[in-house]
Design a protein around this ligand. Structure first.
Ligand code: PSU
Ligand code: MN
Length: 305
């Protein structure tokens, strides 16, 4: 047993009795959305997971522990304080051993979920290969983690603050299957379509669960990226978003933003530029992903692991 892991009793009970559990990340709360929408969204997403038959486990680092499952007070603390670390894989040990508060990225959340025995993880968007990565080498360690940890990631595809084509290429190099739910175009987060064809398509949570079972039963290590398109009602068309993203990227360059600050800066800036429209889409797509993830987790349990 990992002595730094603290599993919430409800989550532990669900895992012990083989009921479906869905992991949720916390960087999206602390660094991906403004307060109080972040905490509201985190709460709503947890209840959507419950309504769809699974137990939510939001993951973060608090008081020297890698916490799997948070209470109300802890969610509020993460969403409403300034000194919360953005924790990817390489930051985990430092933040835990110094008893700092840390919000976990996709990579760090996957690792914690895996340690706890959770197989399904829901987020908004993953990190990937940034535009200009051929010069900056800015490639998220989310991708590396997806090549080695057996936790499926439900996202709304890849945001075009990243280079979508290069991100798909890199996932192929790493051996990570990319499955789009219900359509053959890979989605671009705020928009249903990216113009890139999805490598794979599946149309039911049951079919996805079967694929996960097959993959991991054959010791094919690593994640599967499940791309769940945002609903038509909530999307911002690709061309419209592209314009705003260009503006955001230009602003980031002028402000000298780099490294781990890049994604949070761009999300905030794009929300400002769109007058909150991007934030509204972001919230809607996370909720949409939570419902799919919970249904996948239920199907996976039904197959028997
Ligand atoms: N994309 C979003 N919202 C987010 C993130 C990405 O739309 O909050 C966060 C996730 O936690 C993701 C992280 O794991 O940014 C990637 O950061 P980086 O590129 O520094 O690895
Ligand atoms: Mn980066």
């Amino acid at each position: 047993m990992n002595p730094y892991l603290q599993i919430h009793p409800e989550v532990e009970d669900a895992l012990n009795t083989r009921r479906p559990v869905v992991a949720l990340e916390s960087t999206i709360i602390a660094h991906g959305m403004p307060y109080p929408q972040n905490v509201d969204t985190a709460r709503t997403v947890e209840s959507i997971v419950r309504d769809n038959g699974a137990i939510p486990a939001t993951i973060a680092i608090l008081n020297g522990k890698l916490c799997v499952g948070l209470d109300e007070k802890q969610l509020e603390q993460l969403g409403n304080s300034r000194d919360v670390w953005k924790v990817s894989i390489r930051d985990i040990a430092y933040v835990v051993s110094n008893k700092l508060a840390g919000a976990t990225t996709v990579a760090a959340t996957m690792r914690a979920a895996s340690e706890a025995g959770i197989r399904i993880f829901v987020t908004g968007g993953i990190g990937g290969v940034h535009r200009g990565a051929e010069k900056t080498m800015d490639i998220s360690s989310d991708l590396t983690e997806m090549s080695r940890t057996n936790v499926a990631v439900v996202s709304a595809g890849v945001k075009s603050i990243l280079d979508i084509g290069l991100t798909l290429e890199y996932l192929e190099t790493l051996g990570v299957p990319v499955v789009t739910y219900g359509q053959d175009d890979f989605p671009a987060f705020y928009s249903r379509r990216s113009g890139f064809k999805s490598p794979l398509q599946l149309n039911t949570p049951e079919a996805i669960a079967k694929m996960l079972h097959a993959k991991w039963s054959m010791n094919l290590e690593g994640s599967v990226l499940i791309a769940n398109p945002i609903s038509e009602a909530d999307e911002v068309p690709f061309e419209v978003m592209e314009k705003h993203i260009h503006q955001g990227l230009e602003d980031a360059a002028n402000a000298g933003i780099s490294g781990k600050q890049t994604t949070p800066f761009l999300l905030k800036r794009i929300a400002e530029i769109t007058g909150g429209d991007s934030l509204k889409s972001n919230i809607a797509l996370v909720k949409n992903n939570a419902a799919l993830g919970a249904r996948m987790a239920s199907e996976l349990m039904a197959i028997h692991f």
